[in-house]
Design a protein around this ligand. Structure first.
Ligand SMILES: Nc1ncnc2c1ncn2[C@@H]1O[C@H](COP(=O)(O)OP(=O)(O)OP(=O)(O)O)[C@@H](O)[C@H]1O
Ligand SMILES: [Mg+2]
Length: 1007
């Protein structure tokens, strides 16, 4: 979209040439005007002559001032985009920032050419595109809002322009080092005060009067004693033009009221200000009658309002409006005024009140724009000069003379800075140059301002000399003094043709921009009358007037300065200000006199082209060089672009510049080297260099940044390193001390240990106590780690000598503990089993060889169950309960025949059973003994008391579970008897004499 827009724009931009310098036939005025016309028809109102912007008033809204446009021109080089007022603004702004030099933009052109609009556009551009903070925003708002206020009080509709500036304005915009607008200052020049009391036909008074009457609220008007009808006021009816179609007083009133608030006016300020505006209207309506040749006021309504609004005494005011003070023989006398004098005194008062209030207003705005940040007083400035344009009316007053003189001075400045000085410079620098002829208006400036001989000096002298000075004597004096001047004509001196268009009270000046007849009427009087009667204003209770009228100033006996002299001085000061800054020019032109859009009046344009000196300007531009820089400045700025000149050039400056431009690849036609300056012909060349610098700046900045970062990181690293080393050293110290201490301790320990070892066999003494304790300790610790795991585990560390006893205790304790905990865990069945095993052990351990094999085999309660035993046997047993049964083999005592039998044990005896037969019963009481071999066989003999007849004698049996069987028998017998076991040479079981069963058994394995 943007690309499309831009391509469309570019196509349109190609109409004619954007820069007159590119005009083929650049010496032809017709070609110049044709280019202007072609572009104007396409609404291309801006064209350059080099860096000077020529602007033609379009008299219609062109949509080229929006934010998009502003962005297009921001930070872009002049030649890259189509000509625009924003380009001028941006160029000045960038020059200010890069070169740190104050700038000014001079906007000139005749009345209605668009100067004020241009200056507003530039201000808006800065307000939108410059960086801003909150505080800056306020300043921006105030800068912008100062315009509607000053325009309301200082602009008026004239025949030339519906919004004509009737004062000159020079505005400084102050920028801080970041490029943000931070403040401003306005200087105002000579307000056309005569407009307050008189307007030419078709013209109006200052806008504020109409705005107040049209827009003021009912209440306000009532309080000010005003009616909503401008026709009621003498000061507003002279031009017979209360309404203008292009002006909306009512909405303008609202804008102004809002602007006043933004600028910082409080309600009181506004009230006092409006009181003054209303007073001026009331003053205009003061009616005079005549009494005995003296003027008197016929109606006191106005006086009443005035007294109230201005805060003065009505009687004193009345007197001041009808009398003048004269000093005769050292005495102050009041002398009555005649009708004419009185109305002139009244008008003078109105003008003075309005004029001074206007100056107060400017000062007040300045206060609100003052840059308040004291921390940095350094700011750069861009000045905007928007002054009233050159104008010619039917009747031109003294003020028009000042206005045109001012334009004359500006033209002079332009010539000085562009045409004259440029050409002089080429000569001085020894650049080959063909001089361009141009009209230098210095001759006219001199005519006006020269000391003693100039028009202003003559006026001064005439007004202030004693005796009766009058306008006509002034005219005569003028004719006498400057009569021969080629640019001056009076009625008397004129030829017949000129005389026809000149009044007798007029003189004609041939200005650079045209011929103007000035009327001298009232020129002298105004100076004299003003001084009287203003004293009354010093008494005013109105705060503004109180500040405006200083009694001391009015009663000053010094020779007062005339307005013209003041103006001349202020202009001289302005020129000084402008000369101290880098200027840019905007040359405004009006395309027609009827304020019509689209009408291009060639005659009018030609006239302006001529007097603005645009052709000469172009010729100098074409032949000359767009830019020049002193060698040192040029070298200083661009030296970084060439390795030979960077960072410093040691040789001659000119050689340095030559080396630099050679390196930059400047072609010979692009530049010339003068005596102290380099001249660059095309802006493009310089812009190219600027761009290269911009890129270079980035790389330099990156290098600097990198260097700085490296440096700062390095020092940071060094710092860290030293700290780390300090910490490390400290920590290493700690560690080393700790290690040394431990080593020392270890050595001590070892030493003590060895000493202890040497003395280990002695009684406890200091030498061995550590060793002994250690040995004890280590034994206990070892014991702690290696306690026996179960009762069968017989391992036990060897105790040191000192602990033998304790070790034994401990061992027992440990064993008891294990036994105890083992026993606690034993089930009744297992207990029973163990008891049986115990008995088996007691009986057979180490006595019978197959005993060890029997140990792991569990004893069972019986080897034969109920079903294995014949029921008859059970029956035969009767009440006797069988406790254990086992299959056995019985061997006959004779023949040793083996017979399978069952051996049943009851609580009282053993029964040998064959199938269903009880073969033999042996009561335990009858049992004399039981024999077994020490071998691993299963044979055992039950010895029976032989005296028992029922018994069949000893029984030889064999059981696979001999140990178990015999243990069971032993248990049942034990329940009845006691068995004594004694070791002997051979195994013998017999009933001892004490009635116990005596078992003698030999030892097989020695323990
Ligand atoms: N760029 C523009 N675009 C549209 N209209 C413009 C432009 N410039 C000027 N005008 C119109 O021309 C009128 C007169 O312009 P401006 O007030 O700027 O003239 P001036 O040169 O300041 O005159 P004076 O010397 O009388 O103050 C404006 O009110 C406006 O209507
Ligand atoms: Mg203006």
């Amino acid at each position: 979209m943007r690309a499309m827009m831009e391509s469309a724009l570019t196509a349109r931009d190609r109409v004619g040439v954007q820069d007159f310098v590119l005009l083929e036939n650049y010496t032809s005025e017709a070609a110049f005007i044709e280019n202007l016309r072609k572009r104007f028809k396409e609404n291309l109102i801006y064209t350059y002559i080099g860096s000077v912007l020529v602007s033609v008033n379009p008299y219609k809204d062109l949509e080229i001032y929006n934010k998009n446009h502003m962005e297009r021109y921001r930070g872009v080089n002049f030649y890259e985009v189509s000509p625009h007022i924003y380009a001028v603004g941006d160029n000045s702004y960038r020059s200010m920032r890069t070169e740190r030099k104050d700038q000014c933009i001079l906007i000139s052109g005749e009345s209605g050419a668009g100067k004020t609009e241009a200056s507003k556009k530039i201000l808006q551009y800065y307000a939108v595109t410059c960086p801003a903070s909150e505080q800056v925003q306020t300043v921006k708002d105030r800068l912008l809002q100062s315009n509607p206020v000053l325009e309301a009080f200082g602009n008026a509709k004239t025949l030339r322009n519906d919004n004509s500036s009737r004062f000159g304005k020079y505005m400084d915009i102050q920028f801080d080092f970041k490029g943000a607008p931070v403040g401003g200052h306005i200087i105002n020049y000579l307000l056309e005060k005569s407009r307050v009391v008189h307007q030419n036909h078709g013209e109006r008074n200052f806008h504020i009067f109409y705005q107040l009457i049209e827009g003021g609220e009912e209440d306000l008007l009532r309080r000010l004693g005003l009616e909503r009808n401008p026709q009621q006021y003498q000061y507003l009816v002279k031009g017979n033009c209360p309404k203008v179609s292009s002006i909306n007083d009512r909405s303008d009133w609202k804008t102004v009221r809002k602007a006043l608030t933004v600028i910082g006016f409080n309600e009181d300020d506004v009230e006092e200000l409006l009181n003054i505006i209303a007073s001026v209207l009331h003053l205009g309506n003061v009616q005079y009658g005549e009494e005995d040749g003296s003027a008197c006021i016929t109606s006191d309504t106005q006086i009443k309002y005035l007294a109230r609004l201005l805060g003065v005494n009505g009687t004193v005011l009345t007197e001041a409006l009808t009398h003048k003070k004269i000093i005769a023989k050292g005495e102050e006398l009041m002398s009555p005024l005649n009708l004419e004098q009185a109305s002139s005194a009244r008008d003078a008062l109105s003008k003075a009140v309005y004029g001074r209030t206007f100056t107060w207003l400017v000062n007040k705005i300045n206060t609100s724009l003052t840059y308040t940040d004291d921390s940095s007083k350094h700011y750069s400035v861009i000045g905007l000069l928007d002054i009233y344009g050159f104008e010619v009316f039917q009747h031109n007053s003294f003020e028009q003379f000042c206005i045109n003189y001012c334009n004359e001075k500006l033209q002079q400045l332009f010539i000085e800075l562009t045409l004259k000085s440029e050409q002089e410079e080429y000569e001085a620098e020894g650049i080959t140059w063909e001089p361009v002829q141009y009209f230098n208006n210095k001759i006219i400036c001199d005519l006006v301002e020269e000391k003693f001989k100039g028009i202003i000096s003559i006026l001064d002298e005439e007004c202030l000399r004693p005796g009766d000075a009058s306008d006509l004597t002034f005219l005569e004096k003028l004719a006498d003094t400057v009569g021969g001047h080629p640019h001056f004509v009076t009625h008397k001196l004129a030829d017949a043709k000129t005389r026809k268009v000149m009044g007798r009270e007029e003189f004609r000046l041939l200005h650079y921009a045209g011929e103007v007849n000035y009327n001298v009427n009232g020129v002298c009087v105004c100076v004299c009358v003003c001084v009287f009667n203003l004293i009354v204003m010093c008494m005013s209770e109105n705060k503004i007037l109180n500040q405006c009228f200083d009694r001391e100033e009015l009663s000053d006996k010094k020779r007062p300065e005339t307005a013209a002299a003041q103006f001349k001085a202020s202009l001289a000061k302005l020129m000084e200000i402008l000369m101290s800054k880098e200027p840019s020019y905007v040359r405004c032109m009006k395309p027609n006199d009827s304020k019509q859009a689209g009408r291009f009046d060639e005659v009018l344009i030609r006239h302006q082209v001529k007097y603005l000196g645009l052709m000469e300007n172009l010729r100098v531009r074409r032949a000359g060089f767009a830019y020049r820089r002193r060698y040192e400045v040029f070298l200083q700025r661009y030296k970084s672009l060439c390795p030979d000149t960077w960072p410093n050039w040691q040789g001659k400056l000119s050689d340095g510049v030559a080396t630099l431009v050679k390196h930059l690849g400047y072609k010979p036609e692009e530049y010339k080297l003068g005596r102290s300056k380099i001249f660059i012909r095309f802006p493009k060349t310089l812009f190219g260099t600027e761009e290269a610098l911009e890129t270079r700046k980035h790389s330099l900045a990156t290098k600097l940044q990198a260097g700085w970062r490296g440096y700062s990181q390095k020092s940071k690293y060094q710092k860290l390193r030293t700290s780390a080393i300090a910490v490390q050293a400290w920590w290493r110290g700690i560690l080393a001390r700790r290690r040394a201490r431990r080593r020392r301790q270890a050595a001590d320990t070892i030493r003590r240990f060895i000493k202890g070892f040497i003395h280990r066999h002695e009684d406890r003494c200091p030498e061995n106590e550590y060793f002994l304790d250690y040995v004890r300790y280590s034994f206990l610790m070892k014991l702690h780690r290696n306690l026996p795991k179960n009762v069968l585990d017989k391992s036990w560390p060897t105790p040191p000598a000192a602990l033998t006893e304790a070790s034994e205790h401990l061992r027992q304790l440990c064993m008891q503990n294990m036994v105890w905990s083992y026993c606690k865990k034993i089930s009744p069945e297992w207990k029973h089993q163990m008891e049986q095993k115990m008995i088996a052990s007691e009986l057979f351990k180490d006595k019978k060889d197959n005993y060890p094999q029997s140990v792991p085999k569990l004893f069972v309660s019986t080897r034969l169950n109920g079903e294995d035993i014949n029921p008859k046997v059970v029956q035969a047993l009767g009440s006797e309960k069988m406790k254990y049964a086992v299959p056995v083999t019985k061997y006959d005592r004779k023949g040793y025949k083996a017979r399978p039998r069952q051996l049943l044990l009851t609580s009282s005896g053993a029964v040998i059973v064959e199938e269903a037969k009880l073969k033999q019963r042996i009561d335990y009481g009858a049992l004399k003994g039981i024999s077994v071999s020490s071998l691993s066989d299963g044979l055992f003999v039950l010895h029976v008391l032989s005296e028992d007849n029922k018994q069949k004698g000893d029984v030889v049996l064999q059981s696979d579970h001999v140990i178990e069987t015999l243990t069971k028998i032993a248990i049942y017998i034990t329940a009845l008897c006691v068995i004594d076991f004694t070791p002997g040479s051979e195994l013998l079981v017999a009933k001892a004499k004490n009635g116990h069963l005596s078992v003698t058994a030999p030892r097989l394995n020695s323990r």
